[in-house]
Design a protein around this ligand. Structure first.
Ligand code: ADP
Ligand code: MG
Length: 318
């Protein structure tokens, strides 16, 4: 007999409570959650649609990981601390092998960051996963897109373009498994930069996560702040793992226009030292990639000379 909706929730998504601030979790009509006094509640949600955000047949563990990771990345970009998650699942059928893998991927990442699943919804339909993450931040220290000022320096964490290259690798191979390829792994299992986001809270003048390609995302940050930026293409962090696999122009294009990096893009006041030394204390490497200017738009330079760069970031309706 196929698994019923309630057995499915019991078996895969209801676990004993892990956080004292969860007064009531999965099982009632709604969850009851205790927000720490004096802190602001942060909320983010993202939806993954099969065939659009992940390939049909993607490993279920990677779908579970990614559905949570994209939300944790938004929480990181606010300089906030995640606490609770809600999960809405639309499933064509209650495939237990898929559900087990999905739950393993989801909870491995949730446990790594102390996030508790406190509710959700389960329906039959096309494969669509929506996660909402709630967390806290001190409102005065929250990172936003709108605080960049002319003269600020511009930085990004980690390596750019690896995830887009991993997707290109998967598409070229026509395969769908991680198979130990580091670029493919990077695409399927992005690491949200929560520790870095918290280290930057109260220090960075602006921040956002890079999910739709650096160039388009930097344009969004500039427009939210009412500033421009100079992006030094020579300093883009391109890894050896990437450069050894694709021609350098293609690597640059993956970094500028590819998606799903989930690194943090942020600005610091001109005289501010980079707060977290690259690679220290579990923090990712940080690279200075340019500076904020007056006026609007993004100028790209190579060897100090302005060069034209075309192409936009990902947009669902274009
Ligand atoms: P209701 O009909 O009141 O919306 P549901 O039957 O949809 O309740 O859900 C029962 C309980 O299970 C609720 O507490 C809900 O939050 C939780 N729940 C449903 N689906 C999921 C899921 N995929 N993951 C976690 N909790 C879930
Ligand atoms: Mg419901």
């Amino acid at each position: 007999m196929p698994l019923g909706e309630f057995d499915l929730i019991e078996r895969y998504f209801r676990r004993s409570s892990r956080r004292r601030d969860v007064l009531l979790g999965v099982g009632d009509d709604a969850a009851l959650l205790q927000v720490p006094p004096g802190r602001a509640l942060v909320a983010a949600t993202d939806t993954l649609v099969e065939g659009r955000h992940f390939l049909p047949g993607a490993p279920p563990g990677s779908v579970g990981h990614q559905a949570l990771a994209v939300n944790l990345s938004d929480i990181a970009a606010m300089g906030a601390e995640p606490a609770w998650a809600l999960l809405s699942l639309s499933l064509p059928e209650p495939d237990e092998r898929w559900l087990g893998g999905f739950a393993d991927g989801f909870f491995a990442l949730a446990d790594a960051h102390g996030v508790e699943l406190v509710g959700g919804d389960t329906v039959r339909g096309p494969l669509v996963v929506t996660v909402e993450v709630l967390g806290f931040v001190d409102a005065a220290r929250a990172l936003t897109r709108s605080g960049a000022r002319p003269g600020d320096t511009l930085h990004v964490s980690g390596w750019l373009g690896e995830s887009a290259a991993g997707l290109a690798t998967l598409l070229r191979a026509g395969a769908n498994d991680a198979s130990g390829d580091p670029l493919v792994r990077r695409h399927l299992f992005a690491e949200p930069r929560l520790a870095l986001g918290r280290a930057l809270a109260g220090i960075a003048t602006s921040a956002m996560d890079v999910s739709d390609g650096l160039l388009g995302d930097l344009r969004k940050l500039c427009s939210a702040s009412g500033v421009g930026a100079t992006l030094e293409l020579d300093s883009l962090p391109l890894s050896e793992a990437l450069l050894s696999r694709y021609p350098s122009e293609e690597c640059e294009s993956f970094a500028l226009h590819g998606g799903d990096d989930y690194e943090l893009l942020f600005t610091l006041p001109a005289d501010c030292p980079v707060p977290a030394r690259s690679g220290a204390a579990g923090l990712p490497r940080l690279t200075r990639i340019g500076r904020i200017t007056a006026g609007g738009g993004v100028r790209c330079t190579r060897g100090g000379v302005e060069v034209p760069v075309s192409g936009a970031g990902y947009d669902h309706f274009r």
